[in-house]
Design a protein around this ligand. Sequence first.
Ligand code: UDP
Ligand code: MG
Length: 316
Amino acid sequence: MDISVVVPLYNEAESLPELVDWNRRVMEAHGFSYEIILVDDGSSDESWEVIEQLRAQNPCIKAIKFRRNYGKSAALNVGFEAVQGNVVITMDADLQDSPDEIPELYRRITEERYDLVSGWKKKRHDPLSKTLPTKLFNSATRKMSGIHNLHDFNCGLKAYKREVVKSIEVYGEMHRYIPVLAKWAGFKRIGEQVVEHRPRKYGTTKFGFSRFINGFLDLLSIFFVGKFGKRPMHFFGTMGVLSFIAGLFITIWLIAEKLIDIANNAKYRNVTDQPLFYIALVAIVVGFQLFLTGFVAELVSRNSSERNHYQIEKKL
Ligand code: UDP
Ligand code: MG
């Protein structure tokens, strides 16, 4: 099979018939063999009924429905587990991404041998309140990830070689950072393509202002997990031991100073009268806690195989 299109969707009933039909037209016009994997992320509208009708008319549709709403990342993750095509396209369900881009994306993966080609919504049809923070967010991600050639990490329209999606795990809200995950999984050929961005036709956006706060926190965790996730003790342990030793030496020094002064009959200050003593105490406590955190994190990272365990309600 040439192409698998993965579409995560949450309450997008009105858009689905148009989306599926447009994809089918593009695929048939270019003679691709394809499948469309619709992942219903626990919709509360008629999305699933619409999917059942569409599926009855088109056997290329596969569909999965979550029992509850887990988020776009979870939907993409189970979609990726199901794909069979050589090239995998992800696309939002809201008709903001155009299926007409698929043939060019496909060509760049198969002929130019890219591992991942990410869409770039160069001209966006979104309010300024969304585009401005997005700019900041993209430049922070570029710096932290070292992927300097991408302008738009969070574009829903992307194309992948199948091995890429089979080797990465998208969890939490990490769908914003799939190129970073791919890079960490060892896929280096990451490219970009300017794509058409259309205004949302039906329904409303599913992410509010919280996307920016969550996005930033996720950037920190992805950076940290990527660097130290497999060896948390190297980070926490080093910091903890350094802090603990510093505190210990300061305390010993303060006590020794006092004892020497007593022995010499010189004037001395109580250890508890000196600010340095309290700094030393804090350093010891913090150091010990950091060390313990590293130890617990080490135990956790050994037990994380259950991270992607979902309740799948239905499959077609
Ligand atoms: N989506 C999802 N689960 C969610 C939220 C969103 O599967 O919990 C889907 C949504 O249906 C759409 C895509 O993710 O297909 C992008 O969402 P949206 O268009 O609301 O995001 P925006 O374009 O505003 O960034
Ligand atoms: Mg959208």
